[in-house]
Design a protein around this ligand. Structure first.
Ligand code: SAM
Length: 360
């Protein structure tokens, strides 16, 4: 038996609620949802992300962006959209890096796409730059190629879960009873949902299926924009290539993983994510006419982009304390058992060339 006050989160007790709808409420319900009420990032928050661990990571993304702009023959107008910018750390470093490259600095328009009002306020405070625009759709972007970037954006989008019982596909839901208790239950799915899931090769022969319906809905207007204007989407996330066939939803509080029952006892104070199925993402990009050359480990990408060379340059002006700190952060970003292998990088694109830095 788990406890929460469903009314606070606008959760109805009339019928079972699919997993993704339930998580959506507890993460984003205005004022009380996890992302609507706090700054979760950093050592004093609940988790750290690559841009909050190290400026080097953000610098490398800036260099990758510049290299892509060059590959596209230096268009006079060029759009960069950061998806889910968190506390704004990456864009802050990006702006500083671009100052050293006047031609792209003049061409680029930077947009931040963020749904949490709380985090928008934090980003505005941290970035403090009049040229940045916060957007909640992409309609105002009308000319010049587009590059979308998201670090740990896709894994923050609640997923659906399904399983087969007696050859029938059933969706995992939560039912809220007696006002305060939550129970897991499985309900029959609608035919169009079943047809959609069955259309993915990556999901064939699985007994337990995770399907990022909300994530795909977010991708639809992005892929449309890329098709219209050319460009691509670079996503970095904690994820896998071979289907897990089991639950990958996880909850984190105070930089520690916690169990599902602890999660229910701390609703609104816990981050909930799931691992990204990169093969499924690739299949979705392909279905929508975006090319993907390959999916690589974060370590591979950052190394190819010259993270060690950049670290050596920075080291020259560092104290021994600073050097020690940089080595520790590099180990976190690149370590095999840390983010180096657990995190993957995918680039879905529409452009006539297909050789890009970081992937070859
Ligand atoms: C795990 S955080 C990552 C933050 C940042 N990219 C980083 O690496 O530090 C996820 C971010 O995506 C935002 N987000 C999640 N779902 C979103 C959506 N549907 N639309 C816009 N932003 C969203 C969250 O509010 C948060 O800023």
């Amino acid at each position: 038996m788990m406890k929460l006050n469903p009314r606070m989160f606008n959760i109805s007790s009339k019928k079972p609620i699919p997993v993704d709808e339930f998580i959506e409420k507890i993460l984003y319900e205005p004022k009380v949802g996890y992302y609507s009420s706090r700054n979760p990032f950093g050592k004093n928050g609940d988790f750290v992300t690559s841009p909050t661990i190290s400026n080097l990571f953000s610098e490398i993304i800036a260099i990758w962006l510049i290299s892509f702009w060059e590959k596209m023959e230096r268009p006079k107008r060029f759009n960069f959209i950061e998806l889910g910018p968190g506390d704004g750390s990456l864009t802050k470093v990006l702006l500083n890096t671009l100052k050293k490259f006047p031609e792209i600095n003049k061409a680029i328009r930077i947009y931040l796409y963020e749904r949490s009002e709380y985090l928008i306020r934090l980003q505005k405070k941290n970035i403090d730059n009049k040229n940045i625009k916060w957007i909640n759709n992409y309609n105002s972007i009308k000319d010049g190629p587009v590059i979308f970037f998201g670090n740990e954006f896709f894994d923050a989008m609640p997923i659906k879960q399904f399983t087969y019982k007696n050859n029938k596909l059933l969706e995992k839901c939560y039912s809220v009873k007696n006002k305060f208790s939550i129970n897991e239950t499985f309900v029959e799915c609608e035919n169009n949902e079943i047809a959609k899931i069955k259309s993915f090769k990556t999901l064939k022969n699985l007994k337990f299926i995770e399907y990022p319906k909300k994530g795909f809905l977010e991708l639809n207007p992005i892929m449309k924009k890329i098709s219209e204007l050319t460009g691509g989407i670079l996503l970095i996330d904690y994820g896998y290539l071979n289907s897990k066939n089991s639950n990958t939803i996880q909850a984190v509080m105070n930089n520690k993983k916690i169990s599902i029952s602890e999660m229910f006892n701390n609703i609104g104070k816990v981050d909930i994510t799931s691992l990204v199925n990169f093969s499924l993402l690739k299949e979705y990009f392909s279905k929508n006419n975006l090319k993907v050359k390959r999916i690589v480990f974060q370590r591979f990408f950052l190394e190819r982009m010259g993270i060690f060379e950049r670290a050596k340059i920075l080291e020259k002006k560092m104290s021994s304390e600073q050097k020690k700190y940089m080595t520790e952060t590099l180990n976190r970003l690149l370590g095999e058992k840390q983010m180096g292998k657990l995190f993957k990088v995918i680039f879905g694109f529409k452009y006539k060339k297909n050789k890009f830095l970081g992937f070859d």
